[in-house]
Structures are given as C-alpha cells and as structure tokens.
Design a protein around this ligand. Structure first.
Ligand SMILES: [Zn+2]
Length: 130
C-alpha cells in the first residue's frame, strides 16, 4: 500500500517516520511561507533537522527533479508534438520558475526520507503523542 512506502511522505507532505504529522508548516508550496518546516514531527516527534546543513544536499535532489522535468517536457513537446524548440524554451523558463517552491519542498522531503525508514503507527506500535 502507498501509505507504507517512502513515496507517501514525499508526495503528501508527511513525516517520513509516522506518515501522520506534516513536514512543512504550510500545506501549499505556493503560499507565503512555503519554506517553513517543523523542527520535529508534530505527531511522533521525529527530528526533521538531524544536523546543521543537512538540507544542503537536497539541492542535488532538486537539480534531479529539474532535469527530469526538462527532459520529459522536451520529449513530449519537441520530439512527440513537434513544437519548435524556441517556443518550447520560451514556455519552459516560466514553468521552471513557477515550480521552484514545489521542487524545493519535494527535494527536502525526498532527502530526509532517504535516511528515515517509515514506521506507520499501526505497524510499529508508536503511542500517539500530542
Ligand atoms: Zn512523525
């Protein structure tokens, strides 16, 4: 089931450990405080800041997302739909700028999820903490 996988916390802004508490304070990537994170999971208390500078490496994850997005849209629009490369580039740049907060948040969640194994409550027996 998707709720038992690491992908769940990356896609749905949830704690990589319990899949219950929110990772970022704001629900949307397109809100004013899109970059504000909880320091600990509001549900299970998992530390979201393992060490200073931990999220520097998430830049490379973000770079991978940009590359995948660019290659995918290139093959769809230029190779498959025969859109002129100049028109493609004119459309690509604004979408990359608009997707920056979304990729920023996805990259941070992905980076932390690589180091924390999921243990949903119903399997790990973690008592509910408020
Ligand atoms: Zn949690």
């Amino acid at each position: 089931m998707l709720t038992d996988s690491r992908l769940y916390s990356v896609v749905f802004n949830k704690c990589p450990r319990c899949h219950e508490g929110d990772f970022f304070v704001a629900k949307s990537a397109f809100s004013k405080n899109f970059d504000k994170m909880h320091e600990h999971c509001p549900h299970c208390g998992e530390n979201f800041m393992p060490e200073p500078g931990f999220y520097w490496a998430s830049m490379f994850v973000s770079y991978a997302f940009y590359t995948i997005y660019t290659l995918t849209t290139f093959f769809i629009f230029v190779q498959w739909l025969n859109v002129d490369v100049d028109y493609y580039l004119v459309g690509l740049i604004p979408t990359l700028v608009l997707l920056t907060p979304y990729f920023f948040r996805m990259a941070r969640r992905t980076w932390l999820t690589l180091f924390i194994a999921p243990k949903p409550e119903h399997k790990a027996g973690i008592p509910h903490q408020v």
